[in-house]
Structure formats: C-alpha cells, structure tokens
Design a binder for this molecule. Structure first.
Ligand SMILES: [Zn+2]
Ligand SMILES: [Zn+2]
Length: 382
C-alpha cells in the first residue's frame, strides 16, 4: 500500500510499504478515506522528536472497516469508523477509569499512553496510508452514521482535534457565562474556540498573529487578539475590565515563539498565568516533551521551561495537562455533528490525495497563508 513515510527532518515521501494485516483476533483493518495532517505531526516532521526514519505518520484517521479478527464482536465489515488517536486496550486500570490517554498496555512497560504514527507513543503504524490496523477494535472504533462519507471532513476531526480542543476547555474548568482566553489559533485552538462557544462561554478570546487563523476563530464567535500588535496580556485585560479571563487554554506547545520568531517554551504558559484571573483555571493541551535535543537552550533541551510558578501559585490558579482522552468525548461530539449543531470542517483549507502529502507538509509547516488544515484522501484521484 501507499503511505506517508518519514525520512528525516522535513523529508517525507509517499512510498510503497507492506500492507498491515490482522495480527490479533481483536484487530480490525480499515481502508482510510480521510486522514489529517496535524500540528503535532510537525514536531516530528521538523526532526524535533525521536520519531524513527521509515515510520508512517498519521493519527487522525477515518475510514471503512474491510476486515475484522475473530474476537471482534461489535464492529462489522462495511462500518465507517473514526479511530481516536489514542490507542487503548479498554481493560487496564487507566482505561477502566476512562483515562484512555494513559492506557497501560498499548506502549512499552513504564510508559502510559499510545497513538498511531507518533514519537514515543508505541509501535503503531500511522494512518496517512491506504490501510490502518486498529487494535482492540471494538473499543477503539467509533461507528459513524449514514452521512459518514458526505460529512467526513467533519467527522475526521473526532479522532483528535475536536475532542482535544474540547478537553482543553474542560480542563480549564469553564462554566457557562465565563470568559476564556485561548493561546494559539491553529486547528486545535480553533476547535477550543468552537468548544468554548458551544459550552456557553460569554466571551472567547484567541491569541495568534496569523490573520487567516484569527479569521477562522472569529467565524465561530471569538475575539481575535493579535500578539504582533501589542502585548496579548494587555489586550485580554482590556477585554475583561482589568480582571483577566476566567479561564485559559494553551494550544501552542513547546515550540511556542514570539512574533519575531524567537522560540520560548514558557512564553504562552507565562502569558496565560498573567491573563487569567486569580483562582482561574488553565487547560494545557499543546504538546510538551521530556526531552527536546533540538531545543534553543539548555533548559529546553531537557524538556524544562522557566515557568512563572510564583505568580501561578500566588494567584491560586490550577492547571490541567496532558493529551486528550478522546473516547470521553467523541461519541457526543459525533452527535453534535450529526445534528448539524457544529461544523468542525470550517477550518479545512485543503482536501488532497495522499500523493500530495509531501507538498502539503511543506506548506503547512511554513504556516503559509491559507494552509490552515489539510485532509488527505487516500484513493482520491490525483
Ligand atoms: Zn493530531
Ligand atoms: Zn488500557
């Protein structure tokens, strides 16, 4: 089959690789019809992780089940499914507690949590490919309704970024009527804005500097805060009568940088502490890593950030961290899409055949104007 293979920093190609197979009776084999390029793929693409050359990217996957193992009971051949980016067994201690983002059995011993096509997240092949093996298929497949194909650009967001944006807002503790500031207007930041609006936030502010991305956030009711035009903290204060936002969400991650391109892994975290009110909450969903050998300074190389813990503690704030447990939300967010309450595909800028993945990575990595979200469609004519 064809798949997007990593060959080193900023070097991917669509190669012929062996087809995945049903390896265990609990597996399903899925023919991918939609698979996204994610901002977190870019950390790997840029060589800022230990993602191994020869591996296949892709953790935001949707497709049709074309084969199931003997022990798969619920999922049937022909089902259209969304696969959460988390690979989870369903019956370890963490999975039983709903923490599928920290499954104890899908990665090597000592590391909790796993994902398809992701550095340090287990051996699972990615889905930017024609076929994907889904382990523990009854647990990991979410069946989609009749309109799965026609609305696949919406449903494909269920595998990661829509639940991830939702989780960022939930971790912040947002209640209806409260205000929230979201740092980062990339795909996840936009989903957080959509989520906050859907949950009843009275005011949603989104900080970024790319006009195309800020416009997307504005389209779901957010106030754009352009940090290239002045301190984002000051601007948030102006919008909140000097109090700060009730809640905050970090949707940038460790490669955060200022408008001049200076990288600082603590920049958004410290701005959040300053722009969220005393006793407010922060959800940090942007990716941070324990080791970053390509980091810009000694602290960063060891995954450490000069976080303003003094102000954080003094203000009595709390923070939630870590990847999203997609299964906690995807069933319900699926219903919001099915009932036309939300349309997460509004951020999609490009629907491309798999073969065009290398160019798509290049444009998306450069944050080029107009490249806000790419959906790859294996099997689509080039
Ligand atoms: Zn993703
Ligand atoms: Zn588990």
């Amino acid at each position: 089959m064809k798949a997007v293979v990593y060959h080193g920093p900023r070097n991917v190609s669509v190669d012929e690789v062996p087809d995945p197979k049903i390896e265990k009776p609990t597996d399903a084999l899925v023919r991918i019809t939609a698979t996204n390029i994610c901002g977190s793929d870019l950390h790997m693409y840029e060589g800022r992780t230990d993602f191994k050359e020869g591996r296949v990217f892709g953790h935001e996957n949707l497709g049709e089940v074309i084969g199931v193992g003997d022990a798969v009971d619920k999922i049937k051949v022909g089902d259209m499914i969304s696969a959460p980016f988390n690979v989870a067994c369903g019956h370890c201690r963490n999975c039983e507690e709903g923490l599928t983002n920290y499954c104890l059995r899908a990665n090597e011993p000592g590391i909790a949590g796993a994902a398809y096509g992701f550095a340090d997240m287990g051996p699972w092949q990615g889905g930017q490919a024609e076929l994907l093996r889904v382990p523990w298929a009854d647990f990991n497949c979410l069946r989609l309704p009749e309109d799965a194909r026609e609305k696949q650009d919406d449903y494909v967001m269920l595998s990661d970024i829509f639940p991830t944006g939702w989780h960022a807002v939930r971790m912040s503790g947002l209640r209806p009527g409260e205000t929230i500031v979201i740092y980062g207007s990339g795909p996840v930041g936009c989903m957080a804005a959509l989520s906050a609006t859907t949950m009843g936030a009275s005011k949603v502010m989104v900080v970024d500097r790319h006009p195309d991305r800020l416009r997307l956030a504005e389209q779901v009711g957010a106030i754009p805060v352009d940090d290239s035009k002045g301190s984002p903290v000051d601007q948030v204060m102006e919008h909140t009568n000097g109090m700060g936002a009730d809640r905050g969400a970090e949707c940038v991650g460790y490669q955060a940088h200022d408008p001049r391109g200076h990288e600082d892994n603590s920049a958004t975290l410290n701005d959040l502490v300053l722009s969220v009110r005393f006793t407010g909450g922060i959800g940090t969903i942007g990716v941070y890593v324990p080791q970053d050998p390509g980091g810009p300074n000694e602290l960063a190389k060891h995954g450490k950030a000069p976080f303003d813990f003094g102000s954080f503690w003094f203000k009595g704030q709390h923070m939630g961290t870590g990847q999203c447990p997609v299964k906690r939300y995807n069933r319900y967010l699926r219903s919001l899409i099915a009932e036309d309450k939300v349309k997460p595909s509004w951020i999609v800028s490009h629907d491309l055949p798999l073969e065009q993945a290398p160019e798509a990575y290049k444009h998306f990595d450069a944050r080029e104007e107009g490249w806000t979200k790419v959906v790859l469609h294996p099997g689509q004519a080039t």
